[in-house]
Design a protein around this ligand. Structure first.
Ligand code: GLY
Length: 577
């Protein structure tokens, strides 16, 4: 029988299992595998929230392609996973078109309003005021998701926005059943959400008490906004009543976003960043994300070491990965920003020659202190509230999409009368050179605030190709840790021969240059591995789990799709047929 990963909510898979599953089992799973991926023959959807995963699967069953399903999933997640799914945020979608063999990146990252200025987050003493960039009207960037979904559909889809929005409208109208995950997150975020009456009215009961698992939350305002989008296309969001309500709410909260800012929002198609790793092509998100650039940069450095031989999560492998990571994050702080405003040296950063130069500076036995690489200070912050989904359709088209409100539930502010939660993505700009953002990431001039500019991101939707065809579709939430999480799924499969479920489950590490420490998942490394790393001069910080990958491996040898949702979060699902 199908043996889905134990922690996955994939009951639907059992229902979908063909009778021939028994005959296939030996070929699908090796007795050496520690855990097993979900498998399907034709098409697969891997999403952090199970109801939205089923929405995507149904679109694929009904003949829609991967982009149709991706747009339907993204809109459904705005209803079912309100802490990260969104209309009021932005993100990136990587699309691989099987017919042309091309992969393109759709950039629907938020943009700074026209009134934004470089010093808008500085107080009278010239210090960065994080309240302004995180929990205030000034924190809200002009949302990109609706424009991005439209651009994806008109470029690659077969459905209209109205068709793709239909499941989301249904869910918003008839209500979603509160899961334990949703109930917990609403309890945890009570203070932020109750700051804003329009948010409190949606996410808490009339008397202010909590929704518990099994309760139903209806979102009639959000349904009405989705219906407007269905009827009028993006104009239903970026112009008229909805735009006026968004601008009014932002202004009431002290911001200066206008209806003109909303009307001027543009999603764009960009060339992805690409590189190679041990016979695979890595295609990922270019600036304004730093993700793809640094995944390739780190892999290039790792390629010069026998990582597979050194072993998964051995102290030698972790040492070398961490040394590569810290140098990449140091470069990020200086060079990365919106390519429409700053010259980002992507080619140089992703070149094999630069990787060789980096390797020259890495000692095989000794950690290089971060303050000898570049100076800085930091204030780490825990936030993983972005979300990723991966989709492969029956024709071999693939979608890798990561989008976000930035923090969990974004700024916490819902634009009154729209049901639309608004992002606080402006915090991803560098408020002041050298001052860290919420993820402890430091930025420079390339990521300074400017009107119409997109804040630098770490989101890394990635498609790994083999012989020109998708081999792995993956990505993750996790703030600054998105890059290293995605990287380790890739390395686990290519270097360590893991199947996609093992590669997902394996303990993760992270180094982001500052703070100068290797963060490890609690219980992820043995005591003697930690001791060996400390002996090399590394500081080890034990933290909670990192990331929530949603991945699909296209196994050309088996002629199957093998997928895995990350067990680190509940409620996710990988489903297929
Ligand atoms: N807001 C997190 C990111 O874009 O990287």
């Amino acid at each position: 029988m199908i043996r889905p990963l134990a922690a996955l909510a994939s009951a639907a898979l059992f229902a979908l299992a063909p009778a021939a599953a028994h005959a296939q089992e030996a070929a699908i799973y090796s007795s050496m595998d520690a855990v097993h991926p979900v498998w399907a023959k034709e098409a697969m959807v891997s999403v952090q929230e199970a109801v939205a995963a089923e929405v995507g699967l149904q679109v694929l069953r009904d003949g829609g392609n991967a982009v149709d399903a991706g747009v339907a999933v993204a809109l459904a997640l705005a209803v079912t996973l309100p802490r990260a799914g969104n209309l009021g945020g932005g993100g990136f979608m990587l699309v691989h078109d099987a017919e042309s063999g091309e992969t393109k990146a759709i950039d629907y990252r938020e943009m700074a309003p026209a009134s934004a200025t470089r010093d808008m987050y500085l107080d009278a003493d010239g210090n960065a005021d994080s309240n302004l960039s995180r929990f205030h009207g000034l924190a809200v960037g002009v949302p990109g998701t609706v424009a991005g979904m439209q651009l994806a559909l008109e470029t690659y889809g077969t459905m209209t926005l109205a068709e793709a929005a239909a499941p989301a409208i249904r869910l918003a109208e008839s209500g979603i059943v509160v899961t334990a995950d949703l109930a917990d997150s609403l309890k945890a975020l009570e203070k932020r959400l109750k700051t804003w009456p329009a948010s409190a009215a949606i996410f808490y009961k009339e008397d202010g008490s909590f929704y518990e698992p099994g309760d139903v939350i209806k979102q009639p305002d959000l349904a009405a906004t989705l219906k407007k989008i269905a009827a009028e296309g993006p104009d239903g969001f970026y112009k008229g009543e909805v735009a006026e309500k968004i601008a009014a709410s932002v202004q009431e909260a002290g911001g200066s976003m206008t209806v003109e800012d909303l009307a001027n929002y543009k999603a764009v198609i960009r060339e992805p960043v690409s590189g190679s790793y041990r016979g695979h092509e890595i295609v990922s998100m270019p600036p304004p994300s730093s993700g793809g650039t640094h995944i390739i940069q780190i892999l290039n450095v790792m390629e010069g070491y026998p990582v597979g031989y050194l072993g998964h999560n051995s102290s030698d492998t972790i040492h070398l990965m961490a040394e590569a990571m810290k140098r990449a994050y140091a470069d990020r702080s200086k060079y990365l920003g919106d390519p429409d405003f700053a010259d980002v040296p992507v080619k140089a950063l992703t070149s094999k020659a630069y990787a060789a130069k980096i390797r020259d500076g890495i000692s095989l036995n000794r950690a290089t202190p971060s303050d000898t690489i570049l100076p800085g200070t930091l204030a780490p912050y825990e936030s993983d509230q972005t979300t990723h989904f991966s989709i492969v359709d029956k024709d071999g088209n693939a979608v890798s999409n990561t989008y976000t409100l930035n923090f969990s539930y974004g700024s916490g502010m819902t634009a009154a009368g729209t049901g639309v939660l608004l992002n606080n993505e402006m915090d991803d700009f560098s408020a002041k050179p050298g001052v860290p953002n919420a993820y402890g990431l430091i930025g420079g001039d390339a990521n300074a605030v400017e009107p119409g500019k997109r804040p630098l991101s770490s989101m890394s939707p990635t498609i790994v190709l083999k012989d020109g065809k998708p081999f792995l579709v993956t990505g993750s939430p996790g703030g600054s840790r998105i890059i290293t999480t995605t990287l380790q799924v890739i390395s686990n499969m290519i270097d360590h021969g893991m199947n996609v479920a093992e590669a997902t489950n394996a303990a993760r590490i992270h180094h982001q240059w500052l703070p100068d420490e290797i963060r490890v998942e609690d219980g992820g490394l043995s005591r003697d591995t930690v001791a060996a790393l400390e002996a090399k001069g590394h500081m080890i910080a034990v933290g909670s789990v990192m990331g929530s990958t949603q991945s699909i491996h296209v196994d050309a040898d088996k002629g199957l799709l093998l997928g895995a949702s990350d067990p680190r979060r509940t409620g996710s699902a990988t489903v297929g047929y």
